[in-house]
Design a protein around this ligand. Structure first.
Ligand code: ADP
Ligand code: MG
Length: 277
């Protein structure tokens, strides 16, 4: 498979595996007139370097709120968040923006690409903001890493949905972030393109050791990750290792609803649903 740039050497302070995400008793309250919405009600969460995790849960359970905090796009009301060892819960807007650009790669459901901009240029942009040199070479390498080496001059309109999402992944990767946050990254893709995109994420995780956190409604996607965290009403109600994660492209997505249901149960509960009901 492709070769990507080497990950930065990380020297652990101790034998403990390094936590990329370390969230301690985080709450998030929104004020809407007289009403206060408690979107997160005390979340503790550690994600270790090299993990591949899904966050699941019904609408309104707090997934986006948690992702915004993990992505340093928003601050918690209370509690602390250490991102790659840095306490970000007390940083100013500017400091947050800097850390975000350096440590986090974002991939969104809707790709969020610029319309009249070539793939190469899209991937160069984060390097420009970071003031990095040798941009073209690095952007090319990232596009090659997602299998788009021959399409670097294409505009988004000249690429399929799956290819556009791969440009977005290259853009997320190019700054060598500590982790990638992917919010429903296959939500706008057909099954085949979704599989291609999952193959890339899995390779980045397994071969490059890049930490990946997905938000997904799709149990089939969650079944391809190593750990599933389930939110409900602003709390983590389940946190399970996935038994035998699927390898993207190796098995066909089931078309029957009850087979899908089984996958959902395996992903949410690691086959031990009775513990939670
Ligand atoms: P999810 O992504 O799981 O659907 P959210 O994090 O978007 O959940 O929302 C969690 C709760 O917080 C919901 O009750 C939602 O209405 C509320 N909420 C989210 N964002 C805001 C906001 N900016 N202002 C007020 N309430 C919000
Ligand atoms: Mg949401």
């Amino acid at each position: 498979m492709f070769k990507l740039f080497r990950r930065q050497e990380v020297v652990p302070a101790s034998d403990e595996p390094k936590a990329v995400i370390d969230v301690r008793e985080i709450t998030k309250h929104y004020k809407m007139g007289d009403i206060e919405v408690q979107a997160l009600r005390g979340v503790d969460l550690k994600i270790i370097e090299g993990e591949c995790v899904s966050i699941m849960g019904p609408s309104g359970s707090g997934k986006s709120t948690l992702m915004n905090i993990l992505g340093a796009l928003d601050q918690p009301t209370s509690g602390e968040y250490f991102l790659d060892g840095v306490n970000v819960s007390r940083l100013s807007e500017n400091e947050l923006a800097r850390i975000r650009n350096k440590k986090i790669g974002f991939v969104f459901q809707s790709f969020n690409l610029l319309k009249r901009t070539s793939a190469l240029r899209q991937v160069e942009l984060p390097l420009m903001y970071a003031g990095v040199s040798g941009r073209q070479k690095k952007a090319k390498a990232a596009l090659e890493a997602v299998g788009l080496g021959s399409r670097i001059d294409h505009l988004p309109s000249e690429l399929s949905g799956g290819q556009q999402q791969r440009v977005a992944i290259a853009r997320a990767l190019v700054n060598e972030p500590a982790m990638i946050l992917a919010d429903e990254p296959t939500g706008n893709l057909d099954s085949r393109s979704g599989t291609e995109v999952m193959q890339i994420f899995q390779r980045l995780n397994r071969e490059q050791g890049i930490t990946i956190v997905f938000v997904t409604h799709d149990p089939w996607i969650a079944r391809h990750t190593n750990r599933v965290i389930m939110l409900r009403d602003g709390r983590i109600i389940a946190d399970r290792a996935v038994k035998e994660p699927l390898i993207a492209g190796e098995s066909e997505r089931p078309s029957l609803a009850d087979e899908m249901e089984e996958i959902l149960q395996a992903a949410y509960y690691g086959g031990q649903k009775e513990e939670y009901n």
